[in-house]
Design a protein around this ligand. Structure first.
Ligand SMILES: Cc1cc2nc3c(=O)[nH]c(=O)nc-3n(C[C@H](O)[C@H](O)[C@H](O)COP(=O)(O)O)c2cc1C
Ligand code: SF4
Length: 629
């Protein structure tokens, strides 16, 4: 854990640190994001001499390095203060009082949000959801997560900052994050030993090899049975009907088969642990308490598709998990579960590396994720080609969610039929829900697919529920009339978020928070999304000020159509979802704010003339305009 340094550049020491970081990353420009993140961990920010040195050593244009540094929310090209305190700004954090807490924290430290204090000590700001909705409000201090912000805990944080104590010396309890598992099934209840799924895959393959070898003699002389091995495991994945848990629900077996079939020098397995969807925190728990299951899943995937390298894209907000995940990888190397000839199988070489993100939701989109891993800004690629044929470094790559890979490990052990016996016809297996918001017991709940919303609400102790946001802002908001709907791809698909709002909540404010999120996270590459989300935010603000009309409501519906048709990636396509859904189900929350059913101007003409009145010294009734509303 490194404390942020002062905003000066000391030639001897700092240059040495940057060079050492570059050396560790082999001066490879594809590691640019990792280099910048680590340089910042040492220096507290990215001063111009550091950026120039990085550009020179990586043989990149300085503008390209600056462009990357400027893209990621957690990279700072200006002095950011010795302590950077970021308040998580998900709607659940707000419901738990994050705004009030931040205000009083700022006023006690005499700082303005978003500005570094005059002595360079501290900067306080907001950040997108930190994945701590079950124990919010969440905070990040110099990138390290602190759950359960309260006036008392913040008083401790304030004192530590004022004492200038290095983060290493802060009380460990501040950083303790609970798993909050409330309902276990096959995944959260898994007690597989490290490597058990890899062993099972190799055995299954060997068994098929033996079977074919026996058959060979009778009917297919000469076909080497062993080459059928990985295919036998892949067939179990196909048979299981496993579909991706990252949101889109693509069939895992089909993705793996396509990657296996694509011509390649090298194939890659990428685990998407970006988990940026507000309200989702299930991957956090799988990473912290079931890392071996995940790495087993990645190794099984590598065996099936013939990959030799694995990459785990860990979101920046989960930086605190890096050392423990590295330790698990090291143990697995020592146990022969990674490296050359995995578990003694000739030619099965596979290892896993971790890439830490730097604060960008769009990097969860699989092609943006690959861009980021190759050292660029996280801008989604044009497709086709898809990652399965041209992914990481142009090679065939599978990108899968953490939960998908954990489920694949279970399939390797128990088989496809077993997995298919759980869930619904089109959604086999179980789903982990990240339950947060207005309920007595927030946390993780794992159910076979097909569970109704009402059952989940009863289990987590939700009362007087007005709405549930399923799958976060890019998903759907449903009302009480729909609580008999089922969590399943054939009804309500979800990446995991299950956010509950009771009848004390204002659904307009909920939608507004989600719109702000999309504006903040739009990568800016395409005009419909960059401009459209800002216009949407402006309209919501106008309605919020009580100056909206039906015209604004119609504008938002039109914007939705434009974004659906013309945005470049899923973020833009779904950016209007929160507004469209809330309008459909909770229209009074909007209508009671409308000033007029016709167009209402937001520009205050009389207010704009105030400066002229002051300049001319006039304050008589004739100097005022009456505005028609
Ligand atoms: C804006 C955006 C953000 C996304 N964020 C994530 C994410 O955080 N985690 C994830 O697994 N998938 C995310 N996805 C979906 C991925 O692009 C991809 O479909 C997924 O990682 C595939 O894995 P799966 O087949 O196992 O679901 C996101 C998609 C979009 C459009
Ligand atoms: S839709 Fe938005 S996030 Fe996606 S590429 Fe366009 S600007 Fe970027």
């Amino acid at each position: 854990m490194s404390n942020a340094a002062l905003a000066s550049w000391d030639n001897a020491g700092d240059e040495g640190r940057v060079l050492a970081t570059l050396d560790r990353w082999r001066n490879d420009p594809t590691h640019l994001v990792q280099v910048l993140r680590e340089v910042q961990e040492h220096l507290g920010w990215l001063p111009p001499p550091a950026l120039s040195l990085v550009a020179r050593k990586l043989v990149l244009p300085l503008a390209a390095v600056r462009g990357v540094a400027g893209f990621y929310a957690f990279l700072h090209t200006d002095p950011a203060g010795r302590y950077q305190v970021l308040f998580s700004d998900n709607i659940t954090d707000r419901m738990q009082g994050s705004e009030r807490l931040m205000e009083s924290f700022c006023s006690q430290l005499w700082v303005e949000p978003g500005k570094v204090s005059e002595d360079g000590l501290v900067r306080v700001d907001r950040t997108s959801c930190t994945g701590l909705c079950d124990q919010g409000p969440g905070l990040l201090v110099n990138g390290w997560a602190i759950p359960g912000a309260s006036p008392e805990r913040l008083a401790v944080v304030r004192e530590l900052i004022l004492e200038n104590r290095p983060l290493e010396d802060w009380p460990h309890e501040l950083f303790e994050i609970a798993d909050n598992v409330r309902r276990r099934h096959v995944l959260l209840g898994s007690d597989l030993r490290p490597g058990e799924a890899v062993r099972a895959a190799l055995e299954r393959a060997a068994a098929v090899g033996r079977e074919l070898a026996a058959n060979e003699r009778s009917w297919r002389e000469g076909i080497p049975g062993d080459s059928q091995g990985p295919l036998a495991v892949l067939r179990e994945i196909e048979l299981s009907g496993l579909r991706g848990r990252g949101g889109a629900g693509f069939t895992t077996g089909a993705k793996w088969s396509a990657c296996r079939a694509a011509p390649a020098h090298t194939r890659y397995v990428v685990c998407n642990a970006d988990e940026g969807e507000p309200g989702t925190f299930k991957d956090r728990v799988l990473l912290s308490s079931h890392a071996d299951l995940l790495f087993d899943g990645m190794t099984v995937a590598a065996f099936c598709v013939g990959a030799s390298e694995g990459l785990l894209y860990l979101r920046g907000e989960y930086r605190y998990l890096l050392e423990s995940l590295e330790a698990v990888l090291e143990r697995r190397r020592a146990a022969g579960l990674l490296g050359h000839n995995v578990l003694g199988r000739n030619g099965f070489d596979f290892d896993i590396r971790i890439h830490v993100g730097a604060g960008s939701y769009v990097c969860g989109e699989e092609s943006a994720l690959l861009e980021s891993m190759e050292g660029r800004r996280g801008i989604p690629r044009n497709r086709p080609p898809y990652p399965v044929t041209a992914g990481y470094l142009g090679q065939p790559t599978i990108v899968n969610n953490v939960e998908t890979l954990c489920a694949a490990a279970l399939v390797a052990v128990h088989g496809g039929e077993w997995f298919r016996s759980m869930g619904t016809p089109r959604s086999s297996g179980t789903k982990i829900l990240s339950v947060a918001g207005d309920c007595a017991r927030p946390g993780l709940y794992e159910y076979p697919f097909g569970v109704t919303v009402a059952e989940v609400l009863a289990d987590c102790g939700a009362e007087r529920t007005l709405a549930v946001q399923v799958s976060g802002p890019s998903g759907h908001c449903i009302d009480a009339g729909e609580f008999d709907r089922r969590i399943a791809f054939e009804d309500l698909p979800t990446a995991g978020a299950f956010t509950i709002f009771d009848d004390s909540r204002d659904m307009f404010e909920v939608a507004r928070n989600y719109v702000d999120f999309f504006v903040h996270e739009s990568c800016g590459f395409c005009t419909p999304c960059r401009v459209g989300t800002s216009i949407l935010q402006g309209i919501m603000a106008k309605i919020g000020r009580g100056r909206g009309s039906l015209h604004e409501i119609e504008e938002m519906t039109r914007l939705n159509q434009v974004l659906q048709m013309s945005a470049h990636c899923g973020l833009g396509h779904t950016a209007c979802n929160p507004v469209v859904d809330t309008l459909k189900r909770f229209r009074p929350a909007f209508e009671r704010r409308l000033q007029s059913l016709r167009f209402a101007p937001d520009f205050d003409l009389d207010g704009a003339l105030a400066a002229a009145r002051r300049a001319t010294g006039r304050d008589d009734p004739g100097a005022y305009l009456e505005q028609e509303t």
